[in-house]
Design a protein around this ligand. Structure first.
Ligand code: THU
Length: 138
């Protein structure tokens, strides 16, 4: 009898792959000021996986969050929409994207986008309710 893989196994594999990619990205972080490395990874609607790390600056407020690098990687590698997102801290544990980064992610969300959070898998709407977005500029 061949082993079958249910939907839960597929989901677990996806989240583990995204966390592993985010952890690898985190190792590239440039964080001489906060000493708080962050890595982020996302599955796009065409199956690509993009990632990013945080890059700080001597002018502290110019710091680029890991999500900034991730959305740049998304654009640079052909565009697309985020279906699943994961972010980790220096220990490799799930980290919540900051408020500004939730807005960055919102811009590039697929309709069914989900995020791994400290309270489990959440929709974009759950982490950024009643979001401002491109629809308000039409
Ligand atoms: N940071 C991120 O890269 N993403 C987030 O969503 C939260 C915060 C970074 C910015 C800064 O380099 C460090 O974490 C400490 O705030």
């Amino acid at each position: 009898m061949p082993e079958t893989h249910g939907e839960q196994d597929i989901q677990d594999t996806l989240w583990e792959a995204l966390a592993a990619t985010a952890r690898e990205a985190m190792t590239h972080a440039y964080v001489p000021y906060s000493k708080f490395p962050v890595g982020a990874a996302a599955l796009l609607d065409d199956g690509r996986i993009v990632s990013g790390c945080n890059v700080e600056n001597a002018s502290y407020g110019l710091t680029l969050c890991a999500e900034c690098a991730l959305v740049s990687a998304l654009a640079m590698s052909g565009g697309g929409r985020i279906r699943a997102f994961s972010c980790v801290d220096g220990e490799g544990n799930t980290l919540m994207p900051c408020g500004r980064c939730r807005q960055l992610l919102y811009e590039f969300r697929a309709p069914d986008m989900v995020l791994m959070t400290v309270s489990g898998v959440r929709t974009m709407d759950e982490v950024l309710p009643d979001a401002f977005g491109p629809q308000h500029l039409a």
